[in-house]
Design a protein around this ligand. Structure first.
Ligand code: SIN
Length: 497
């Protein structure tokens, strides 16, 4: 065995895989709960990867759109670093074998999504981009001699010695445990959607990494900024809702009400391609008034539909043909802009604890992520972190004590937490509902002792503390409070107080 202490990476989505690959030749243990990489949010991503590679585009325009979508709450240096790296990321992934969609002359086909001023999204297999990228990266990691896979294991506890990471304890479905001594742990555990009743995220996105970081004393940041995707398929049954990609609106589909009237008028406004928080709020308000929302994609021609095999298949599974009838849609929790506070290299405030991808918060997404910037972030930040961790940040030391996130909630407590989270932390919020949710968890031991309950308490506290509206955090209880981004949010979308 090598004398270099191994790096432990938890999570085999795009961010975890890129970190593991870039850490070569340091030995890496790649820990993932499911048979990798199936089941990760990365693999399910229908949107693509944003990169300023089109004629007349450049990273400055990509940065401007990222900042406007993020309500200028973003870390500006992180934004510029991200968008500057994007064209190189496309080249690197293509070199690894990602079959990006191209036209007859070999040029990348570019799609458009909300908040982007122009077509800038590369896809592979149309709306199956996440699967194509994740599969290619997973194959590279499977072939990499420095990466050892631990599928079917979850991270149970972090060992600490003199305030820094000293090891991890893992557990599998048969309740066997194993410990690995390491000075460096990377959390790439994804988001928190599974805490909500309606989400586009997979069940594994249950905030496990964020909870552990909270228990270990790491600083968390921007927890109140939670993105609701405007168009999940509105099918009965709480829980995971299939995503209907925003790229359909980029290709011309329109959001309409029950009478067929436009929900997002255009003209001088961005209309259906406004940033996601604006569109989700518009639909949410319409639903609060008793309406329903549909995505009318009947205008797309056969050529355009070739880009959306995933949407066609999921609609068919639910008995719709979107080529001939509008698709019922509803907002669903999609992405967490907040997370473990990390520096540009992915280091948290606990020495040896690193985070990357959705569980981390570099500040790059601000108060609302721009579409298709998350796969990009996973690749850029994963590679940067992996390169930094080629060398161990310390020697190994025996763990002095172990930190876990507390017991998991039982089914009844999980359902109660999901209901409270959905009501209080939706696209439109108010102080009374936030305070009620906080009190309901605090006063019920089954909820407050569970790791999911503790995490929700932290998110509710952050949302209560931010009294004004900003991006995806929109409070309607604050008098003159307005969440206006000039030229984007306007009274036409119901954005005045
Ligand atoms: C989508 O395809 O609408 C989602 C893409 C993203 O989350 O950026």
């Amino acid at each position: 065995m090598s004398a270099v202490p191994p790096l432990v990476v938890v999570g085999a989505g795009v961010a975890g895989l890129c970190t593991a690959l870039a850490a070569a030749p340091r030995p890496v243990w790649l820990v993932c709960r499911s048979a990798c990489p199936v089941g990760t949010a990365s693999a399910m991503a229908q949107g693509g990867l944003a990169a300023a590679v089109g004629e007349g585009d450049d990273p400055t325009q990509h940065a401007a759109d990222t900042l406007a979508a993020g309500a200028w709450h973003n870390d500006v240096a992180a934004v510029h670093a991200l968008v500057a790296a994007a064209p190189g990321v496309v080249q690197w992934l293509a070199g690894l074998g990602v079959p990006f969609d191209r036209d007859g002359e070999g040029r990348l086909q570019l799609g458009r999504e909300g908040g982007h001023g122009r077509a800038r999204i590369v896809h592979a297999g149309g709306d199956a981009t996440g699967r194509a990228i994740t599969t290619t990266l997973a194959q590279a990691a499977a072939a990499a001699p420095h990466v050892g896979w631990l599928p079917g294991w979850r991270l149970e506890a972090i060992g600490l010695a003199r305030g820094r990471v000293a090891g991890v304890r893992l557990r599998d479905a048969q309740e066997r445990s194993r410990e690995i001594a390491t000075p460096d742990l990377v959390l790439a555990t994804g988001g928190i959607g599974a805490l909500f009743a309606a989400t586009t995220n997979p069940p594994g996105a249950d905030g496990s990494g964020l909870s552990l970081a909270l228990a270990a004393g790491a600083d968390l940041r921007d927890l109140e900024f939670i993105q609701w995707h405007p168009t999940a398929l509105d099918v009965p049954g709480a829980g995971k809702l299939p995503l209907v990609t925003e790229a359909l609106r980029g290709a011309g589909a329109r959001l309409v009400d029950g009478n067929g009237d436009l929900l997002m008028p255009g003209g001088h406004l961005p209309g259906d391609l406004a940033p996601r928080d604006v569109v989700a709020r518009r639909i949410c308000r319409h639903q609060q008034e008793g309406g329903r929302a549909w995505l009318d994609a009947r205008g797309l021609d056969a050529e355009a539909w070739r880009q959306f095999p995933t949407v066609l298949a999921l609609c068919a599974r639910h008995g719709f043909d979107p080529r001939s009838e509008p698709i019922p849609v509803t907002p669903a929790m999609h992405f967490h802009m907040g997370g473990i506070a990390v520096d540009p290299d992915g280091a948290s405030t606990v020495p040896g604890l690193h985070a990357v991808g959705e569980v981390a918060c570099t500040g790059v997404h601000g108060a609302n992520r721009l579409a298709s910037n998350s796969l990009l972030e996973g690749v850029v930040c994963g590679r940067r972190l992996g390169e930094r961790l080629r060398q161990a940040t310390a020697g190994t030391a025996p763990a002095e004590h172990w930190v876990d996130a507390g017991p998991g909630a039982d089914a009844a407590a999980r359902a109660a937490i999901a209901r409270l989270a959905g009501r209080a932390l939706g696209p439109v919020r108010d102080g009374a509902t936030l305070a009620h949710a906080l009190q309901a968890i605090d006063s019920d031991r089954a909820l407050s002792a569970a790791r999911q309950g503790r995490l929700l308490l932290a998110m509710l506290a952050a949302a209560l503390a931010r009294r004004g509206s900003l991006g995806a955090h929109h409070r309607v209880d604050k008098g003159k409070n307005r969440n206006i981004r000039h030229g984007i949010d306007t009274p036409a979308y119901g954005e005045t107080a």
